[in-house]
Design a binder for this molecule. Sequence first.
Ligand SMILES: Cc1ncc(C[n+]2csc(CCOP(=O)(O)OP(=O)(O)O)c2C)c(N)n1
Ligand SMILES: [Mg+2]
Length: 570
Amino acid sequence: MPNSPSQQMTIGDFLLRRLEEAGIRHLFGVPGDFNLELLQQLDDAGQLRWIGTCSELNASYAADGYARLNGIGALTVTNAVGALSTINGIAGSYAEHVPVICIAGSIPLRSIERGLGMHHTTGDGTWDRFLGAFAHVTAAQARLTPRNAVTEIDRLIATAWREKLPVYMELPSDIAYLDIEVPAAPLVLADPPSDRERLHSCAALIARRLSGARSPAILVDQDVDRYDAVGEVTELAQKMQLPVAVTGPAKAVIDETFPYYAGIYNGKASNLRAREAIEASDCLLSIGYRPIDGTSGDFTASLPADTISARGHSIDIGSDNYQAVTLKEVLRGVIDAVSPVTDRPASQVAAATGAGTRVDGSAKLTQAAYWDAIQGYIRPGDVLLTDNGTSYAIFGLQLPANCTVVASVIWGSIGYSVGALLGTLTAAPKRRHLLFIGDGSFQETVQELSTLLRHDCKPVIFLINNGGYTIERGYLGKTAHYNDIATWAYADLPKVFRPDTTARSFVARTVADLQDALRAPNDSLIFIESVMDPHDAPGQVIHSSNNGAELDYGPRGPQRRDNIQLQPAT
Ligand SMILES: Cc1ncc(C[n+]2csc(CCOP(=O)(O)OP(=O)(O)O)c2C)c(N)n1
Ligand SMILES: [Mg+2]
């Protein structure tokens, strides 16, 4: 680009500048000798804020949570020992379609070129193993050099943003301070405009099919959120009065108070309204749908044969595959092309019960009473994080307007939500954040509570203490010791992690205890440990575990032995 204005900048400063231009204001991670020089540049520049985490895995979860609310996120860790600890989280971002930039401060180019064995390697003079490992779980990877830094930094950030997937970048520690020639113009993250003919014919065909149908409907998966098309989907549904069902991973992507919201579609496990709307539709527009066990009701989903399948950058209609179009532009084209419909009845799923159901306050806390109380606690605009376990009951609640749900339904790595909470709170500090987690999941990533307290975050943490892995007891090992865990004094942990904490901690053993805790003001972190029976679980969750065991172990598996599996109360 000989004619574009350029300037001299160090590689590290340029990288930090590009992150900021991409909309990243915080960098998560753990220092090491191979990324300290970048952290010094971050400190000197004073733009990005550093959020050091207790572990690299948690940094990867935090960057993921941050990216879900901010559009994109980043972390930096040290060579191999740090990087490989993030790989579970990064693969999770890949599975969940979250753009995260993982920057590994790596061994100096000098040691690569001279064949010098280094620490944080396998000690055999190799240096490509980790780039290779990340190639399996990222959309793009690069080791920066002074020659490729400008093009590779821009390529990786743009790829993450466009594909909604993580990328992996190695910054050798001896090049961050080298001056290179960089573009003066800021990075612009935008999709290339659609091919006009493809866009027009695709939007016109979808409009024609939706308009000619008797029972058109929309199925929404996560990508509607990732590709920022929620507004368009809602507008289209409103204009044509179309029922919209979502998958579990897309819980609350469509406002659950929207009159045409039809509930969660999950094959046979759907509510009747959602199932009817989707399966009996004579023109289904499905957006980003990825059928796995948890989004297809264990493969009982049955979408109409001529379903229109839309993705972020392409659409299938019948035998046609439309390329060079963006989801947002296609939906805009459809909205403009259809005539308003005014005589289709709304889809409203039944209003939530709960909140106010009369229960005996002195009664031992049960899962049923717990979720009933939680239903009443949730306010419009809350960010809800849920981990795997009985806390999946969140998916059965009906949420007020403008709530966001952050969960890892497809990847499903327990403990994700604690790190992710640090990320969501960092991205949206003004919103109220509620974390729903079990004791087993919490034990995986608990130390990040320390970082939440360190930064004066004020979430409400709802921890279920049921002595172990209750959701797993629904697969196998109802009373087995392998599903038991050590008992911790969970509610004491805020004090352990921050001795001068103002956090309010509660242990709820009865309904009245819980109600009391729920009255606490949200002016500091609230930690509510609720003690419940290991064999108490929401029916839906356990039913799904029972089904999972059939799928996982097959007809010769041990799951059919007497009383080996926790089953829903009859
Ligand atoms: C990293 C990881 N390890 C193991 C699992 C398997 N697993 C899924 S749920 C679960 C138990 C969760 O227990 P807890 O958080 O206590 O929830 P509960 O069902 O008891 O409420 C386990 C071990 C997993 N999903 N991810
Ligand atoms: Mg548990």
